[in-house]
Design a protein around this ligand. Sequence first.
Ligand code: GLA
Length: 427
Amino acid sequence: MQDRIVDIRQKFEESFGCQPTTVVRAPGRVNLIGEHTDYNDGYVLPVAIDLSILMAAAPRPDRQVVLHALDFEQRTEFSLDDIQHDAQYPWSDYQRGVAFFLQERGFELPGVNAVISGDIPVGSGLSSSAAVEVAAAYTWQVLSGFPLSRVRLALLCQQAENEFVGMKCGIMDQFISTLGQRDHALLIDCRTLEHEAVNLPWRSSRTRSAPAERETSFATPRGEFSSTRLGAGEGAPRPPATIVVCDTMKRRGLVDSEYNARRRECEEGMRLLQKHLPRIKALRDISPAQFERYQGDLPEVVRRRCRHIVYENERVLQSVEALRGNDLATFGRLMNDSHISLRDDYQVSCQELNVMVEAAWQVEGVYGSRLTGAGFGGCTVSLVAGEAVEPFRAHVAAEYQAATGIEPQIYVCAVEDGVSEVLVSSS
Ligand code: GLA
């Protein structure tokens, strides 16, 4: 990370002839469980990871925003007085959308010179676009100091993606990139936006902090959870384990149209179930018992979509309990069940993801493995016992390459904080 920061400062100086006044880091994310539940007002359990977007910036005296994307070696600019889409450099629509909605909220933004660079593979389902939005919004906040809570910052970035870029994503990605906590997953209630950091009860070779003990509680419709979070080395022994992300290298071609189709199918299911349950507002309100009672009235495809959402929400809550009980076996089984449900009921998997997950399931020491993110390509997430990481890498890479002819990328991930300014000396 330090090298990347030094590098981006240097590139900024080469580009603009002075030092940046800030460097902001916004992380990508991996969702441990709770897929496609966010836009159904449900629960998700993502982590922010140590792949990130860096944005080095300095204010300008005028109203121009000059963006230099190092990874594309492209440069574009726009005026804060006339924010349009950029057909030639569509990567800048994320910053344009963020600036548009910050100004619409009445914040006075300075013009900016910025250099942007990332190590989150683009289109791989690790939320590089959310990280770009969050980096831009936070950079403007650092430069002009406007008052906006982290939750509101995440919502504004989602609005930029929904209404300016035109992707109807839920809130998960922007939320975790903004509010993630090192060595914790974030349980997010996507209806109320209540959120709670859940300690990861394993000892990772890449764990870097020992969080303090804290008592916490989180109310859900099915009762109140409470827990004591223990820092590394405290309380029960923590097994060594690691989050491993495997990139199929298949880019998510169909994702926009299929994603929107799934949203429509969920809405249809909700409307049909409202005939029996008039007070429900989203699929999140339906318990498994209610679903089983009324599912016969749903058309086949809609029934499958609804079944995934109803049980996936349950799995998220059960996963949190499993994590709190240090029960990695149950947590892993829930990850596997999630994959099967996404494959068979929600139908957002693909051959490459299934091959990768099935190869992972074969390795001794793998607690669980599933596709992560929207699906249709991108990445899988696996929880792997510490001593099994190298055999895992070797087996999964070989099996995947033999079946698809593609060499995968495999990342052993550390769990990081959400967006922050990264301060380094300029020497
Ligand atoms: C994408 C979206 C998220 C979420 C996931 C699926 O990453 O941006 O809001 O819906 O897909 O869980």
